[in-house]
Design a protein around this ligand. Sequence first.
Ligand SMILES: Cc1ncc(COP(=O)(O)O)c(C=O)c1O
Length: 407
Amino acid sequence: MNKEKKNKLKWISNNLPKTEDKNLILMSPSQSKQVHEFHMSFPQYKETPLVRLSNMSAHLGLKDIFLKDESYRFGLNAFKVLGGSYAIARYISSITDEDISKLPYSVLTSDELRNKIGEITFYTATDGNHGRGVAWAANKLNQKCVVYMPAGTTQTRLNHVLNENATATIEALNYDDCVRKAYSQSQSKENAIIIQDTAWDGYEEIPAWIMQGYGTMALEADTQMQKYGCERPTHIFIQAGVGSLAGAVQGYFTNKYSDCEPKVVVVEAEVADCLYKSAIEGSGNPQIVGGDMLTLMNGLACGEPCTIAWGILKNHADTFVSCPDWVSALGMRLLAAPSKGDAPVTSGESGAVTMGLLYTILTDPEYKDIKEKLGLDENSSVMLFSTEGDTDPERYRSIVWEGMDSL
Ligand SMILES: Cc1ncc(COP(=O)(O)O)c(C=O)c1O
């Protein structure tokens, strides 16, 4: 696409009034350690790679770029299962009245536990990865799962959920309305519960567990970075749909490096930039984006902020950025073919947008102001999270191989 015709990036520094920081404790290091132990009980568990893009960072004038490659997570090609699996386990621990440490994978998947708790139906809404993770976990526990997916979801993503023995449908609704449907259905059925990766007033416990589940990814990345000899990231770029992931990552690193917080840049798809709009609005109250929210970045097509995550982000995030689709397509290509000598990464539409953004900020003079505001230079160690691989391989190829740039 002709560069002049491309939509521009929009960004704003966080100037929101600070409020009581009550949600930060959810992501305390001791909590993340406990969640990590839970995940390590899974036979599928293996630390995902932290790739050091040394030549790319030299090319861009940075000290370091580290990229966590979540395409290797549990064979599911995305990080999301970390949240759903932990939340389901915590829900079961609330039924059996046992500490989560007594519910490792072997117990959770046992016939004995299944007989004790009976049949449960887990409801959820998803634009792909979360629902696949919840369906996967429910399937392993021999439980039922019902999943609603928004208009615009591809058949491939639906098939991934169906393959986990879930009942799944693509609805003529957007993501946020699918959430409302999953909630009302779960309320009207016996032994049913919604496992949703976003919070709203009155529904906070389960999404808090989901965010804590994401702590495993942050903890791994932090530990791996230290092994590379890097003490701490100076900057973290993290993508957001409802913001649960961003809130979890921000929360983990703010707790861990409280004396020297990394600058966190929250990155959204422009058609669903509810956190950016909340920062612009300025009062501190979360703002909502509606409509179809069609974007290449399916995983980021959410218009209503997660209330718990917003509590953390409004107090700690440094900058909010709203990105058109071309930024994500660019990031996918950069990671598929990085500078010579760096390991390529298969990064999907919602996984690669931060790489595209970092590259654009550092190479396009039009964005010199944000580069300076963030203080990105030869002393910067930047952490990125490629949160999904080629979750829709056909679309991945049309972008990376054939040059597609936007929907
Ligand atoms: C691959 C991927 N990355 C990032 C996100 C954003 O997470 P959140 O909705 O918690 O902001 C999602 C959400 O589904 C996703 O699937």
